[in-house]
Design a protein around this ligand. Structure first.
Ligand code: FAD
Length: 394
């Protein structure tokens, strides 16, 4: 048997792709190293752009999301001891949806496996790709039940296995360029069992370093604290975390932070990369497997979904209608949005981190960037558009 598509990885990219292929009657199989319980609980992103939600909705994948997600129409910058609310919804008529990634993944797995009867294999080990530069590729793995190697012959492989997967390394040597950007900054990513401290996202641009607050649900709130790259989360006990958050997010007239136990504490070394092109032979990468964007502007999951929509259209075009043009253009179409978001994340990174560089010149230009958002309507609208993500249909 030859599967039209083998999808490696059951994150937002792989599961959305799987659902769209099922809906188009393209047979596929999803391979995932973790268990279903694990991926349904893994906390990560939470901010979805409106165009992405509308696209999920068009494919019947946004039922729970539209019922349960919060709408966000503003964010707030805090700097020099003051609060500056930025009402991007008023400027654009658009908004964000806040829906924790594990809930989206849960919805997508349920729809794919339980509703649409899709084939998904959890707990697979040692996934390997073979002959992707021929027209008879295959994917092999060790079955968790039998311990035996299984080989899946296929037409196409979709590499959706995230930043730490194996598919990127299966691109034939020399076929793709990987460009990388290191910020030289760490972020302590925290989840607190506490209600949000404000009704919107908070960005604290402080000489001691950046701090952020992102509401996730009435019970859980994400916080970020800039720290040295490679810092040990154990250096950040409860009291130090909350003292630092209070100081960096403190502003005149702001309500005190709602404290609570820290249920996740990880240090992220902030970096980006982009693989170009995102395909070689019969292997097509999507999501974090092809491009990582540091969580500065909450773009990663949105890009993963964008790829899934594009790749599903392209594979369907080729496999159902015999038209390979969209597949040929897939990488270039994805990369336009990827580079746009990378550029915005870099710009925003300077706003977040400039004040803490110890460099008076960069601190000065950072404040100029911030003030421009609140004094120039044109600058404000441009920022709002980028923050919300380009609305053009994928
Ligand atoms: P993943 O979600 O990483 O999924 C890949 C899947 O492949 C995983 O299930 C993995 O277990 C599996 N896998 C790995 N290796 C293999 C293998 N060899 N074989 C088979 N399966 C394998 N993005 C936003 O848009 N907004 C945010 O607010 C945001 N916040 C973030 C906060 C944090 C702390 C982090 C870490 C990320 C954040 N992101 C955010 C980024 C977002 O989480 C990722 O961009 C998104 O998960 C990418 O989806 P994906 O499907 O490409 O990859």
């Amino acid at each position: 048997h030859r599967f039209p598509v083998v999808i490696v990885g059951a994150g937002p990219a792989g599961l959305t792709l799987g659902n769209l292929l099922r809906a188009a009657s393209v047979e596929c199989v999803v391979l995932e190293t973790e268990s279903r319980e694990f991926i349904e609980r893994r906390p990560r992103a939470g901010v979805l752009e409106e165009w992405a939600v509308r696209a999920l909705e068009r494919h019947g994948l946004a039922g729970n999301l539209l019922e349960r997600a919060e709408r966000h129409t503003a964010c707030e910058f805090r700097f020099a001891g003051e609060r500056y609310r930025f009402p991007y919804g008023e400027l654009t008529g658009r908004h964000h949806f806040v829906y924790p990634q594990p809930l989206l993944v849960t919805d997508l797995v349920r729809e794919y496996a339980d509703v649409r009867g899709g084939d998904i294999r959890f707990g697979v080990r040692d996934v390997r790709l073979h002959d992707v530069d021929t027209d008879r590729p295959s994917v092999s793995y060790t079955s968790p039940e039998t311990g035996e190697r299984q080989v899946l012959a296929c037409e196409f492989v979709a590499g959706c296995d995230g930043a730490r997967g194996v598919t990127r390394a299966a691109l034939p040597p020399g076929s793709a360029r990987v460009s990388r950007h290191d910020y030289g900054i760490g972020w302590l990513a925290l989840l607190a069992e506490a209600p949000p401290s404000a009704d919107c996202v908070l960005f604290g641009c402080h000489p001691r370093g950046f701090a952020g607050q992102m509401p996730r649900s009435p019970e859980v709130t994400r916080y970020y604290l800039q720290c040295p790259p490679g810092d040990d989360p154990e250096n950040w006990p409860y009291d130090r975390v909350w003292k630092e958050l209070r100081s960096r997010l403190g502003a005149a007239g702001a309500a005190p932070l709602a404290e609570g136990p820290l249920i996740e504490k990880r240090v992220l070394d902030m970096h980006d990369y982009v693989v170009e092109p995102m395909a070689s032979g019969r292997l097509y990468l999507a999501g974090d497997a092809a491009h990582l964007v540091a969580p500065i502007a909450a773009k990663g999951m949105n890009l993963a979904l964008h790829d899934a929509f594009l790749l599903a259209d392209a594979l369907t075009g080729c496999l159902v209608r015999g038209d390979g043009r969209a597949l040929d253009g897939y990488s270039a179409a994805s990369l336009r949005r990827v580079w746009d978001y990378q550029e915005f994340s870099q710009w925003l990174s300077e706003v977040y981190h400039g004040a803490a560089t110890g460099d008076a010149f960069r601190a000065g230009t950072t404040v100029a960037r911030l003030r421009r958002l609140f004094t120039s309507p044109v600058a404000a609208t441009a920022f709002a558009e980028q923050y919300l993500g380009t609305a053009e249909r994928y």
